[in-house]
Design a protein around this ligand. Structure first.
Ligand SMILES: [Zn+2]
Length: 227
């Protein structure tokens, strides 16, 4: 596949901090029985504009896990010995028909109000979006809004993170499909850097690895992902 993604933020606004690629704490957290975090967390400051990484059709919603009984471990993230509720909070999903891929942007402070928002439903300990909306055939003129690559789709925040276990950041996902229940199976995720699949450990600041040959970023002058 040809590179088609541009950075979902203005590079000059990015403060180099933790989590350029994957978070070190992913090594110790377990979410839903999986210790993988199929996404990239970009530690940008609260309110930084978030940009569409490519053109496509956008919708938005809200999602988090409700804090219920502690025995329900699947609903929690264990971090430094404590349990925290988590979810993507306010998020935007963009379907890119040409590539038949989705990008998703989580924990937004708020989403661009011109992007159709689907009210979440409360269900068995989850506040989740109406997932039937998230199948590719529903990303059309009627249900979604056309966005251009580089367009502002929302603003960085910490929504969906309950208990203050993490700083505001942009959770960025790239995936191929959702199953019938609207879940994104592990084999549906792609690593835009082409690092994850080839590495047997996570890269993180101090352990940076070069991008793989099959990365999906449009490169700028300095050979880095750009706009
Ligand atoms: Zn994340």
């Amino acid at each position: 596949m040809k590179p088609f993604l541009t950075l979902p933020f203005k590079l000059e606004l990015y403060k180099i901090g933790g989590g350029w690629f994957y978070r070190p704490q992913d090594l110790i957290t377990k979410v839903g029985g999986s210790n993988r975090h199929f996404a990239i967390d970009l530690y940008l400051s609260q309110g930084t504009p978030v940009l569409a990484a490519a053109s496509g059709w956008a919708i938005s919603s809200y999602h988090h896990f409700l804090l219920r009984k502690k025995s329900d471990r699947r609903r929690f993230i264990r971090y430094r010995g404590k349990l925290f509720g988590s979810g993507q909070g306010n998020f935007v999903v963009i379907y890119h028909p040409r590539q038949r891929l989705f990008t998703q942007y989580g924990h937004l402070e708020r989403v661009n109000p011109t992007i159709p928002f689907y009210k979440p439903k409360k269900k068995r300990g989850l506040v989740q979006p109406p997932v039937e909306r998230f199948q590719p055939r529903l990303f059309n003129q009627k249900n979604a809004r056309r966005v251009k690559g580089g367009e502002v789709i929302g603003w960085v925040g910490g929504s969906g993170i309950i208990g203050g276990w993490d700083k505001p950041h942009l959770h960025f996902e790239l995936y191929r499909y959702r199953d019938r229940e609207g879940k994104k199976p592990g084999d549906s995720f792609l690593d835009p850097y082409d690092i994850y699949k080839t590495a047997n450990h996570y890269p993180w600041p101090g352990h940076k690895r070069p991008m793989g040959d099959n990365h999906l970023w449009v490169l700028g002058k300095r050979g880095l992902p750009s706009h």
